[in-house]
Design a protein. Structure first.
Length: 192
């Protein structure tokens, strides 16, 4: 396979890395993880065991993608974006002993094709971010994000419709047909 791994990165045996992918300084990709083709993992990215990252995904510096998170093709993850994977996280049990991995409630989180997660956004465990959605920087996403939705805030709220090229085409979210200002893109926001 033809991919690049910086000398400071760790890619464990059993991790699958696609062609033309670049893994930069101090990254760690765990065994059983799959990173697709033509991806870029910026400095200090962590990809946990069992994680699936699609093709043509760009992961900016300091993003940790934990077990239970799935990233589809063409996703952008901004610097310091944060994913969680347990809705009731605890380090210890009531008796003070350390909880084992089997005592965690792993919850699946999914980021669909073409979606973008802004810098420092936090995505709660179990959330689905729809196709081409745009999560604003610093947002805290606690509920599913519909396809093509612009969301931001704490908690993040739907604030419009975004085209695949990133243009905000409406300041109110509603199903229907949309076109970018220059007419170069036409797309349909599906009814829920």
């Amino acid at each position: 396979m033809s991919h690049f791994v910086h000398a400071t990165a760790i890619v464990e045996d059993g991790a699958e890395i696609g062609d033309d992918t670049k893994i930069w300084h101090f990254c760690h990709v765990r065994r059983g993880a799959r990173v697709g083709r033509s991806c870029i993992l910026g400095k200090n990215v962590y990809v946990d065991a069992g994680v699936r990252v699609g093709d043509c995904v760009k992961v900016q510096n300091n993003v940790s993608i934990y077990h239970g998170v799935e990233i589809a093709d063409g996703v952008f993850l901004g610097p310091h974006a944060c994913f969680t994977n347990d809705v009731n996280p605890r380090a210890i049990k009531a008796d003070g002993s350390l909880r084992s991995e089997s005592e965690w409630q792993l919850t699946t989180t999914y980021v669909a094709r073409g979606a973008s997660i802004g810098a420092n956004a936090t995505i709660r465990a179990g959330v689905r971010v729809g196709e081409w959605a745009l999560v604003g920087a610093g947002s805290v996403v606690t509920h599913d994000v519909p396809p093509y939705a612009l969301v931001y805030g704490n908690p993040a709220r739907v604030a419009g419709v975004v085209a695949p090229n990133g243009e905000v085409v409406a300041r109110r979210y509603a199903p229907g047909a949309y076109t970018t200002k220059d007419g170069s893109e036409r797309f349909v926001v599906p009814a829920s």
